[in-house]
Ligand binder design. Structure first.
Ligand code: FA5
Ligand code: MG
Length: 419
């Protein structure tokens, strides 16, 4: 599937009263597969496609002259506090994003950022008015061609003082602070003229940027209503890619409480968070997200020398840079069926466990069957694990060895019962 955790799901989850912070293991939950990749900084590596796309977007925003100049930050550490990643962004304690099933924690207070939004409030408090933050972000997530537990985001924020708002549209109705619960999800707020102005500026800025950076004349974009605790209203942008709608970014009007908390009482702002891999996949026609991590020179040679001025932010011509797939190696799959424990099973833990043994050879994992035993009420799930290397042919022995190891460890590790 190409969909991410949907707004509906998150909203539904907010009705639960679980305090997820209470369930975080005290010593954290960061596996070696993640620790090994810390500090790789693909977005800072010359000629890496993620670096090319980052520079293309920065270059685009550096040209914008209708407001404060954009500043760029590429080197903030991915280790942040839960305060930065969640509290400051108005995530309630029962937001599922806080659970150790979704997030990698060092401890209850320290984590690997799940999004570059973690840097919004310290920069706003530091009087930054327009900025882009690029960095690696971490999530326990599904395994398929467009999801990876480490990926890269670029955050963009632009603020407007009352004078700048008045310049956009004189005499528009001002937004008054309102303390009623849910006011900022109501139509009255969302239709306020100031909010509408910021919405229009945001959508136009992002459409212009996408058109400038991607530049396919026939590219199709659509806006989907979304939900984030730190913006309202919120949207996601999707782009048609290989006949499917692929989500590339989330965005919205910065929540007025965040502006107020950062000392910007009468200012408004917009923000977006963009998945760099997703955009690079569309731009260079890269078919699988694991390729960004490959060491294979057949991948990297295709981007070598594209950036003529690695040390400067200049225009990079990528019109004719398209990834030529070296032949796709055959895939194979293995099915695995087990009884779930009565509680405490999380799909993300299963995916992480599989990757801890099979690594990037695991291309995709899908649940193909599930049923509940009528008598004992136990649930059985069947998963299909697809194996494929991006670099070579896999042998049967190699896959069998991985499968054997998975089968020998899974019962103890996840408390399931193999069938
Ligand atoms: C966010 O992370 C919000 N912080 C975005 C935002 C910023 C909203 C500012 C409002 C204001 P989301 O979870 O939808 O939103 O992720 C943003 C983008 O990251 C997605 O659209 C997608 O392009 C990318 N992304 C998400 N999960 C993965 C993953 N596992 N692998 C690769 N890319 C991913
Ligand atoms: Mg999303």
């Amino acid at each position: 599937t190409t969909t991410d955790v949907t707004a509906e799901l998150i909203k539904k989850d907010l009705t639960s009263n679980i305090d997820y912070t209470a369930t975080i293991p005290l010593n954290g939950n960061i596996p070696n597969t993640i620790t090994e990749k810390l500090g790789k900084n693909l977005h800072l590596t010359t000629d890496h496609p993620l670096n090319l796309i980052k520079k293309k977007i920065q270059h685009h925003f550096a040209q914008q002259k209708d407001g404060p100049a954009f500043k760029f930050y590429d080197e903030f550490s991915p280790r942040v506090t839960s305060k930065q990643n969640f509290d400051e962004l108005l995530f309630p304690k029962n937001h599922v994003g806080r659970s150790a099933n979704d997030t990698y924690y060092y401890s209850r207070d320290q984590l690997l950022r799940t999004h570059t939004s973690a840097h919004q409030t310290h920069l706003l408090r530091d009087s930054q008015r327009a900025f882009l933050v690029t960095g690696d972000v971490y999530r326990r997530d599904t395994i398929d061609s467009v999801h990876y537990p480490i990926f890269h985001q670029m955050e963009g924020v632009r603020t407007f003082t009352p004078a700048e708002l008045a310049k956009l549209a004189p005499n528009s109705a001002k937004l008054e602070y309102n303390s009623a619960t849910n006011y900022y999800e109501d139509a009255e707020y969302k239709n306020n003229e100031e909010v509408k102005l910021v919405e229009a500026h945001l959508k136009k800025s992002l459409e212009d940027m996408i058109r400038d950076v991607i530049g396919h004349p026939d590219m199709q974009i659509r806006w989907i209503n979304a939900y984030f605790p730190f913006t309202s209203p919120s949207w996601e942008m999707e782009i048609l890619f290989q006949d499917k709608w692929l989500e590339v970014l989330g965005c919205g009007v910065v929540h007025p409480s965040i502006m107020t908390n950062c000392g910007l009482i009468d200012s408004r702002g917009w923000a977006f968070g963009l998945g760099l891999e997703r955009l690079a996949m569309i731009l260079f026609e890269i078919p699988d997200i694991r390729l960004f991590w490959t060491q294979d020179s057949r991948f990297h040679n295709q981007f070598r020398g594209v950036d003529k001025n690695p040390k400067e932010l200049t225009h990079i011509d990528i019109k004719n840079v398209k990834f030529q797939s070296y032949s796709k190696y055959p895939s194979c799959f293995k099915d695995m069926t087990f009884w779930l424990p009565t509680e405490g099973f999380h799909e993300n833990s299963y995916y992480e466990f599989l990757r801890s043994i099979g690594g990037d050879l695991i291309e995709n994992v899908e649940m193909i069957d599930q049923f509940k035993h009528p008598k004992n009420g136990k649930t059985s799930q069947c998963y299909r694990i697809h194996y494929r290397s991006m670099e070579r042919n896999l042998t049967n022995e190699e896959i069998d060895k991985i499968q054997t190891e998975i089968r020998s460890k899974i019962e103890k590790h996840l408390n399931v019962q193999l069938r």
